[in-house]
Design a protein around this ligand. Structure first.
Ligand SMILES: *Cc1c(COP(=O)(O)O)cnc(C)c1O
Length: 396
């Protein structure tokens, strides 16, 4: 199996699983309990909290564990909007956010909030001037992702945070794709709220966190017991949280090497696709790009069919055309960077890990080249195109 879908999820690292296991077996106590089994769980949760806080330059009491990135995004956007609704009801975000942010914003629009969805340029980059122009006296929240999960573009969040701070507007960033991959510090980017998720950095699924800067008052997300300082009730996912902490420790330890390795593999794959497959287009920013992200559109190709062909060869990738819901709508991100529907439908995303090899990528390029060729041979549109354009091999 060649796994190139690490932006969707990653393999739980063996050392992470190992760290988690005792919290299923001998240390199964409820962290709220007074007895020693309970306190063992509580200690483990707080150890993970310290590790994760230190990783982003925060204080442990600023970290709240959640069920994942989606919950953290929902909580941040909803609670920030509601807590500031006396001051104003205008929110600024972008057209390329994860649905956990976009759909939350849409739900707030139904409750009387106004949302500006900023355009991005052809590389998926937010324009700071456009952000400045969008700010109004009643703007209460700016929510902009640190890097995009589909096209890998890294946003200028330090500048965005600076601007938000100057204007006294809360700044939330969905850092799910950056946390554990690249250094990120809440002081440097002046974030008030930051979301992260364990399963994108070789931790377990179903656990994440929201960083809330001291002094930013939010309403609790789940009412009930006093867990997470009465902000997020429910018995803690102790094994998950321990796994999250272990995954962050591992990520920090290997970050430099992992980044360099992925970057090298990424550039190798991009170079080979661009030189060996005609009529393709790299989506996302060429330099300001996540180290493991490769996203291409192939003209006259159905991304979904290509994925199935690759899957038959035991290659796991993902397409930009439809999401897991089976919807046929092309990706909102690809449309936002200006792709036509047919270009968006012909897109494939490969997201690498440090464990991939050049040999694997050689197989992928070969299968991809074959698959694209076969699909184009069956396309009447491609035939017409060749007739009118000759068979030049220049990329579009
Ligand atoms: C995966 C992802 C999420 C959702 O995280 P879950 O833990 O799966 O809920 C949110 N935002 C981005 C950018 C992501 O890549």
């Amino acid at each position: 199996m060649i796994y190139l879908d690490n932006a969707a999820t990653t393999r739980t690292a063996p050392e992470v699983l190992e760290a988690m296991l005792p919290y299923f077996t001998e240390n199964y106590g409820n962290p709220s309990a007074i007895h020693s089994l309970g306190t063992a769980g509580k200690k483990a949760v707080n150890r993970a909290r310290r590790t994760i806080a230190a990783a982003i330059g925060a204080r442990p009491e600023e970290i709240y564990f959640t069920s994942g990135g989606s919950e953290a995004d929902n909580w941040a956007v909803k609670a920030a909007a509601e807590s500031r609704s006396e001051k104003g009801r205008h929110i600024i975000t972008t057209k390329i956010e994860h649905h956990a942010v976009l759909h939350t914003c849409q739900s707030l629009e139904k409750k009387g909030f106004e949302v500006t969805y900023l355009d991005v340029d052809a590389d998926g980059m937010v324009c700071l001037q456009a952000l400045r122009d969008a700010i109004r006296p009643d703007t209460i929240l700016i929510s902009i992702m640190s890097a995009n999960n589909e096209i890998g573009t890294i946003e200028p969040i330090a500048e965005i945070g600076e601007l938000a701070r100057e204007r006294g507007i809360l700044f939330h960033t969905d850092a799910v794709q950056v946390f554990g991959q690249l250094p990120i510090n809440v002081e440097e980017i002046k974030a008030d709220l930051l979301s992260a998720s364990a399963h994108k950095l070789n931790g377990p699924k179903g656990v994440g966190m929201l960083y809330v800067r001291t002094g930013v008052r939010l309403a609790p997300f789940i009412h009930g017991g006093a867990q997470e300082r009465a902000m997020r009730a429910g018995t803690e996912n102790v094994p998950g949280i321990v796994g999250f902490g272990a995954a962050v420790e591992r990520a920090l330890r290997i970050m430099k090497e992992k980044e360099a390795r992925e970057r090298e593999l990424r550039d190798y794959l991009i170079r080979r696709i661009e030189t060996e497959i005609p009529y393709c287009r790299l989506n996302g920013h060429r330099e300001k790009r996540l180290p493991g992200n490769v996203n291409f559109s192939f003209l006259f190709v159905e991304g979904e069919s290509l994925l199935i062909m690759l899957d038959l060869k035991e290659i796991c990738a993902s397409s930009g055309s439809a999401c897991t819901s089976g919807s046929l709508d092309p990706s909102h991100v690809l449309l936002a960077i200006g792709l036509k529907h047919e270009e968006a439908h012909g897109s494939i995303r490969f997201t690498l890990s440090e464990e991939n090899t050049r040999e694997e990528l050689d197989i992928v390029v070969e299968e991809l080249r074959r698959g694209v060729e076969r699909m184009r041979e069956m396309s009447p549109l491609y035939e017409d195109f060749l007739k009118s354009h000759g068979d030049g091999r220049s990329a579009v």
